[in-house]
Design a protein around this ligand. Structure first.
Ligand SMILES: Cc1cc2nc3c(=O)[nH]c(=O)nc-3n(C[C@H](O)[C@H](O)[C@H](O)COP(=O)(O)OP(=O)(O)OC[C@H]3O[C@@H](n4cnc5c(N)ncnc54)[C@H](O)[C@@H]3O)c2cc1C
Ligand code: FES
Length: 274
C-alpha cells in the first residue's frame, strides 16, 4: 500500500528573491521522476520537506497549466522556512501532495470573478489567476485587488506589470501608506474593496492575513455578495496534512482535508475560523 507520508524528490530549478530584504523567495521545482507528476487545481497545497530538517505546508503558486514545474513562495519565519531559504539551484527537496481542496473553477465558469489578496498569501491566487487567464473564454470579467504594506512586499512584481497592461483583466494594487512614485491605490485592502465596489454577482475569492480576511468579508457582504459566492483560504498549523493528527481542526472541520478553501457560507457560524 502506498505510504502517503513519504515525500517524492523534486529539484530546485530557479530561485527568485521577491523582496529587497530577501525574506520572501519563490522556488521553481522540477520532477526528478516523471512517475511522480500529479494533477492539481488552484488552491491546493503541498508539504515541502528538507531531509533531516522537517516539513511545512505551502500553497501551490504555479498553475496546473504551467506544465512540469511546481512553484512555491516561502516567507522566512522559523526553522523549516529558514532551511528552505538556504536552498541552492540543483538541490533536491521532498514534496507530498497535492493536498486539500481547491477553488471551484468549474462552478466559476461563465461568471465574473474578483480576486482579493493581501501580502505573500497571493501565492494560490496567482495559481488561480494564471489558470483563469489560460482558460480566458470560460470566464467573464476578472478584477484583482491586491495589497501589501509597501511596494517591496508585493510579490510577482514582473507579472504584476504584465497583468496591469492586459485589457481583459482589471488590476488594482494598493499599499498601506503613500510613497514616492507610487501610482496605485493607498489604503488597506478592505477600504479599497469598498471603493472599487466589485459587481456583487461575481464570485469573490479572498486570501491574505487573517485580519485582512476578517475585515474584507463584511465589505463584500455590504456590497451585496451572497455568502455562497465568497470563497477564502485558511491557514492553520498543520502536521500530517491528511486528516489524521487533528492539529488543524476548526469547529467540526479539518483545514487540511475539508479546506484550505471554504465558502463564507461554510465558515460564518464557526467563530474560530477568523
Ligand atoms: C495550507 C497552508 C498553506 C500555506 N502556504 C504558505 C505559502 O504559500 N507561503 C508561506 O510562506 N507560508 C505558507 N503557509 C505557512 C507556512 O506553512 C508556515 O509559515 C511554516 O510552516 C512555518 O514553518 P517554520 O518551521 O519555518 O516556522 P516555525 O518555527 O514552526 O514557526 C515560526 C513562527 O511562525 C508561526 N507559524 C508557523 N506556522 C504558522 C501558520 N500556519 N500560521 C500562523 N503562524 C504560523 C509560529 O507560531 C512561530 O511564531 C501555509 C500554511 C498552510 C496551512
Ligand atoms: S494537519 Fe493533521 S489533521 Fe490536519
Amino acid at each position: 500500500m502506498e505510504n502517503t507520508y513519504i515525500p517524492f524528490p523534486m529539484k530546485v530549478e530557479k530561485i527568485i528573491d521577491e523582496n529587497p530584504d530577501r525574506s520572501l523567495k519563490t522556488f521553481d521545482l522540477s520532477y526528478v521522476n516523471n512517475a511522480d507528476k500529479f494533477d492539481y487545481l488552484p488552491g491546493q497545497f503541498c508539504e515541502f520537506s528538507i531531509l533531516g530538517k522537517g516539513e511545512s505546508p505551502f500553497g501551490i503558486a504555479s498553475s496546473p497549466t504551467e506544465k512540469d514545474i511546481l512553484k512555491f513562495t516561502v516567507n522566512r519565519t522559523g526553522s523549516v522556512t529558514n532551511e528552505i531559504h538556504y536552498l541552492r539551484i540543483g538541490d533536491i527537496v521532498g514534496i507530498r501532495g497535492p493536498l486539500g481542496n481547491w477553488y471551484p473553477v468549474e462552478k466559476f465558469k461563465g461568471g465574473n470573478i474578483v480576486i482579493i489578496g493581501g501580502g505573500f498569501a497571493f501565492t494560490t491566487l496567482r495559481s488561480l489567476l494564471i489558470y483563469l487567464l489560460e482558460n480566458r473564454d470560460d470566464y467573464g470579467e476578472i478584477t484583482v485587488i491586491y495589497g501589501a504594506r509597501n511596494p517591496d512586499l508585493l510579490i510577482y512584481k514582473e507579472e504584476l506589470k504584465i497583468w496591469d497592461k492586459r485589457d481583459d483583466l482589471t488590476l488594482h494594487l494598493t499599499i498601506d501608506t503613500p510613497v514616492d512614485n507610487w501610482k496605485g491605490h493607498c489604503g488597506f485592502v478592505p477600504t479599497i474593496t469598498k471603493e472599487v465596489a466589485p459587481d456583487p454577482t461575481s464570485w469573490a475569492v479572498v486570501c491574505g492575513p487573517p485580519i485582512m480576511i476578517k475585515f474584507t468579508l463584511p465589505v463584500l457582504k455590504e456590497i451585496g455578495f451572497p455568502d455562497k459566492k465568497i470563497y477564502t483560504s485558511l491557514e492553520r498549523r498543520m502536521k500530517c496534512g491528511i486528516g489524521k493528527c487533528g492539529r488543524c481542526g476548526i469547529g467540526s472541520k479539518y483545514v487540511c482535508i475539508d479546506g484550505p478553501v471554504f465558502s463564507y457560507e461554510e465558515l460564518k457560524n464557526i467563530p474560530e475560523a477568523f
